[in-house]
Ligand binder design. Structure first.
Ligand code: HEM
Length: 389
């Protein structure tokens, strides 16, 4: 979860406004920030699909783990010595951190934005708290873990029914009951229940990321479930034009595309953009919330060709992209030079053989391989090569 999360953060381009990385002098802790590649085109789809699907599938395992150690929560006296106090503090950060990450992550993918601040910042710093405590915990617990795993053979446990289930022998961990009641469930039953819970969650979640027939049973996916509608624009939408207040006049005949670099500027009508050489790219939209569309056949003008229109014929720089959208987040973004130079990076005008629908970003939208969906800005009206926001 930590690795895929950090990579997602790198893909997000934390140097961007308005979601800047605000960690001052992060030094070596910024080791994972690099120019996010455009190859393979499905990289972000895979990455965020794994982060979110794994997160959901781990819920029963996390709950079972917490259940198995819950007596520790009530151990008395709460603090026995300085080293015990430090150990308990690390466990507080560990359990608090993991619960915080799971709760914020799940609220986010269920589009329940009730955070007292930006999810992005909270979840990011929560991840560092969790991983710090996790490393300390593992370092202290490795010997116990190895001993416990060696004490029983998994295969034997899986063959042991309820009637032959024995309590743990007494030890000094504080987790074994001194007077155990007769078992109501075998170990294999407990493992099976957790496994079945995880497998069920996998079935009702994974389809939002991998598509295909599983999409039909992606019951927990607010966006990534069965295809909405039919026809060329019949694929998932995060925010509709109405959701973000796009008015008919913003994207009507008066719409213009401004392309700038330094003091050069050209303004084009949609017909003029359509008259430029059109290229195709088969790419998915992959959302930060883990859902993605199957590949769609986009066509439009290469970003590199638009750069050439304002004099940048070789090695174009990054581009600042602005939408007609007035309010709300993600009405603008900056794409890096490697993204602009990829021949599949388009200002798309059409998808699956038809004009974009207003909800998919008509008159024109960005589509860049392996780019988080929020950076494939819709309803684009201005491109500034070499510009910032
Ligand atoms: C220990 C568990 C977890 C860790 C260490 C972790 C770590 C991270 C990190 C470092 C990021 C990138 C920074 C950010 O965008 O805030 C991230 C993003 C994200 N995580 Fe997690 N995460 C965990 C659990 C979860 C769970 C359980 C879910 C939901 C099922 C989830 C959903 C997300 C989403 C949707 C994003 C992208 C959000 C955005 O960029 O808008 N995470 N995670």
């Amino acid at each position: 979860m930590f690795v895929t999360g950090l990579l997602s953060y790198a893909a997000y381009n934390p140097d961007l406004s308005p979601v800047n990385d605000q960690t001052p002098d992060k030094g070596i802790l910024g080791f994972y920030l690099f120019s996010w590649p455009t190859h393979p085109y499905w990289l972000y789809r895979l990455l965020q699909g794994v982060h979110v699907t794994l997160g959901v599938v781990l819920i029963p395992i996390l709950l079972a783990k917490l259940w198995s150690v819950v007596p520790k929560l009530f151990s008395w006296p709460p603090v026995r010595s300085v080293s015990h106090a430090l150990e308990r503090l690390s466990v507080l950060l560990l359990v608090g951190g993991v619960l915080f990450e799971f709760i914020t992550g799940i609220l986010n993918i269920q589009l329940h934005y009730i955070f007292p601040g930006s999810f992005y910042t909270l979840h990011f710093y929560g991840a560092w708290v969790f991983i710090g405590a996790f490393v300390v915990h593992i370092a202290f617990r490795i010997p116990t873990m190895v001993r416990a795993l060696r004490s029983r053979r998994m295969r034997t446990e899986l063959r042991t029914p309820l009637e032959r289930t024995e309590p743990e022998p007494a030890d000094d961990t504080g987790l074994v009951s001194p007077r155990p009641a007769p078992p109501t469930m075998s170990r294999r039953g407990a493992l099976g229940m957790v496994g079945l819970g995880s497998a069920t969650l996998l079935v009702v979640t994974a389809g939002q990321s991998i598509g295909g027939p599983l999409r039909r049973v992606a019951l927990l996916a607010p966006h990534g479930g069965p295809n909405p509608g039919s026809g060329p624009g019949g694929f998932q939408i995060n925010k509709t034009a109405a959701d973000v207040g796009i008015q008919a006049r913003d994207i009507g005949p008066d719409w213009r595309l401004t392309v700038r670099a330094g003091n050069r500027q050209i303004v084009l009508t949609r017909a003029q953009v359509l008259a430029l050489p059109q290229h195709g790219a088969s790419l998915p939209i992959a959302c930060v919330e883990g859902w993605s569309t199957d590949n769609q056949d986009w066509s439009g003008v290469r970003l590199a060709d638009l750069a050439a229109l304002v004099g940048l014929h070789t090695s174009p720089p990054g581009v600042a992209v602005e939408s007609v959208q007035r309010g709300g987040a993600f009405r603008s973004t900056v794409l890096r030079d490697n993204q602009v130079r990829d021949s599949r990076s388009l200002l798309a005008l059409r998808v699956n053989g038809a004009d974009l629908t207003p909800d998919h970003g008509y008159p024109a939208r960005i589509i860049v391989p392996a780019n988080p969906g929020v950076h494939n800005t819709k309803w684009v009206t201005r491109l500034t090569f070499g510009g910032t926001l």
